[in-house]
Design a protein around this ligand. Sequence first.
Ligand code: ADE
Ligand code: ZN
Length: 338
Amino acid sequence: MIDLDAFITGLPKAELHLHIEGSLEPELMFALARRNGVAIPYADVEAVRAAYAFGNLQDFLDIYYAGADVLRTRQDFHDLAAAYFDRAAADGVVHAEIMFDPQTHTARGIPFAEVIEGLLSARAEAEARHGMTSLLILSFLRHLSEEDAVATLAEAEPWLDRIAAVGLDSSEMGHPPEKFARVFATAREKGLRLVAHAGEEGPPAYVMQALDLLKVDRIDHGNRALEDAALVERLARDGMTLTVCPLSNLKLCVIDAIEDHPIDRMLTLGLKATINSDDPAYFGGYVADNYRAVAGARGLDRGQLATLARNSFTGSFLPAEAVAAHLARLDDYLAEQA
Ligand code: ADE
Ligand code: ZN
């Protein structure tokens, strides 16, 4: 029988919570800074990595938005996404649903078209090269106004047939889901699926708002839902997918130690949890590293790991036939490994 590391790498899986700007590795940051003549406040890649010590979400976001400044052209966005797809394919990812933050770029004068066309060309290349499918999630920055989000959705109009969903990210505290109820309603009317970060730092009430006011199809993170037994029961009953990000939780001090991660408690409570990397270049690992981290720290067995992978397909926005095909492939893998 292959060892657990190899079992995890080979496990066919989908990644459902990944910020493409968060996959910008320091090496590529330096290469793009050089290519675009952009000054960055670090001497070398070691200095960049040394700066990645965060006390909370905002500490991280400040560095993450500054890092994104090196992204200027369609080619930059292509190269960024191509690097992620190559890395994810090596981790057994067969389908990825990728968030991008257009406002981080349009606010700096980068046209929306440059961002999305670069991502779309990388996506086509990944499908040809790795057989990996992907979907795009346009994520609104919640520290900005709802009007800004409305304008961003209008800007995206020519590409809406190539955008699967809208999301909500950035600074959670003080920016509750209710602030974005109207733009989410508009997105829903346009046929888009809906996700929102909720319960990463924010209270269970924010998770409830995401469900009741935004009517989301998935909750990104959701950790703090565990503080409310009635909410947990509701999430479990409704089969609501949670896109959990263990190494992110550790680096952003949502948990004190990886040994404290509640992933197995979530499964025991009947929650449809999945494992994801969030911002792998900043948090020290891609998706398989996240599976390995909780498998080691929480003693997850192969059955639990397979459940997490299964949830990643049933929680995806793929059509039913594609989900069924992925589940069959997963079952074949598990039968081979038995
Ligand atoms: N943007 C990128 N990563 C994020 C996270 N973990 N929470 C909120 N916004 C984000
Ligand atoms: Zn996130």
